[in-house]
Design a protein around this ligand. Structure first.
Ligand code: AMP
Length: 281
């Protein structure tokens, strides 16, 4: 397994692979790898000749009061997991290499980043789409793998690739969960024992919503109300938002009359966790 740090070396390596007719599968991550990331890596390995995993904690997608400086970083641990999964290349760029002095260019997808998480994290998706565009240009993959766990991010990246004619096939893979339903996340390690127990409430509330829809409930306000009630029963939990939107334009729905995304963000103590589920009446 190679670890490549320079953008030039990464581009050259990928160029050579393409000349030799090899396909490249790409999994962009911020490291602190867990089973969620590994599920993307395994799929990439299955569908491509060569698998590249990037590990980059992207400074421009964090707000000034967010956890950029304390985000978990452990290359040795991540490299061990990647090696076990037979990853071919870890691309581990330097922040200065990605954003040199006098950096000026950003990519934005209009509208889709305004709602849900975007409403509470101004500039976040602009940071994501910019870094993903740069990574796509450097790695030049045939297929790239993202998680449904970050549903809004996945949709925005899909739209960006379509709109900008980026020749990468975007693959969205299911959310991997702990045994109590908590979506795996690099941020789960911030949770205390009591918080970790409370954190299961995100998936419980989503499951409750899905059951209610299956029983015939259609009114979104009513569904959100029962979700809020279930979350408020947990001492350390505080809802940031619960939204029910259509799965194409992320437009808020009053009634569930088509395929819908139920997405939520909940503070568990000082840790902000997100999750979502799709319902189809
Ligand atoms: P991150 O390192 O958190 O930026 O995540 C890198 C990629 O892994 C993103 O496409 C995420 O959506 C995906 N991912 C994170 N957690 C999970 C999970 N629990 N299940 C599936 N994919 C995930």
């Amino acid at each position: 397994m190679k670890i490549i740090r320079s953008n030039k070396a990464m581009s050259a390596y990928s160029g050579k692979l393409h000349v030799n007719g090899k396909t490249v599968g790409f999994v962009p991550t911020m490291g602190a790898l867990h089973e969620g990331h590994l599920s993307l890596i395994r799929r990439a390995r299955k569908e491509n000749d060569i698998t590249v995993v990037s590990i980059f904690v992207n400074p421009i997608q964090f707000g000034p009061k967010e956890d950029y400086s304390c985000y978990p970083r452990n290359l040795r641990f991540d490299a061990g997991l990647c090696k076990k999964e037979k990853v071919d290349v870890i691309f581990f760029p330097r922040a200065k290499g990605m954003y040199p002095k006098n950096y000026k260019t950003y990519v934005t997808v209009e509208d889709l980043g305004d709602s849900l998480c975007g409403a509470f994290r101004p500039g976040h998706f602009k940071g994501v789409t910019t870094v993903v565009t740069k990574l796509f240009n450097i790695v030049n993959p045939d297929k790239a793998y993202f998680g449904q766990k970050d549903a809004q991010q996945a949709m925005i990246i899909k739209k960006m690739s379509e709109d900008l004619n980026i020749a990468v096939k975007i693959k969205i893979m299911p959310t991997i969960r702990e045994s109590d339903g908590l979506a795996m996340s690099s941020r789960n390690i911030y949770l205390t024992k009591a918080e970790r127990l409370d954190a299961a409430v995100l998936y419980q509330a989503l499951t409750l919503a899905k059951k209610s829809v299956n029983k015939g409930m259609r009114d979104c306000r009513e569904i959100i109300k029962i979700m809020k009630q279930s979350i408020s029963a947990r001492k350390t939990a505080r809802v940031q938002y619960i939204s029910i939107v259509d799965t194409l334009g992320l437009e808020p729905l009053n009634r569930i009359n088509r395929r819908a995304l139920i997405a939520l963000s909940v503070w568990i103590g000082k840790t902000r966790l997100i999750d979502n589920i799709i319902v189809n009446p």
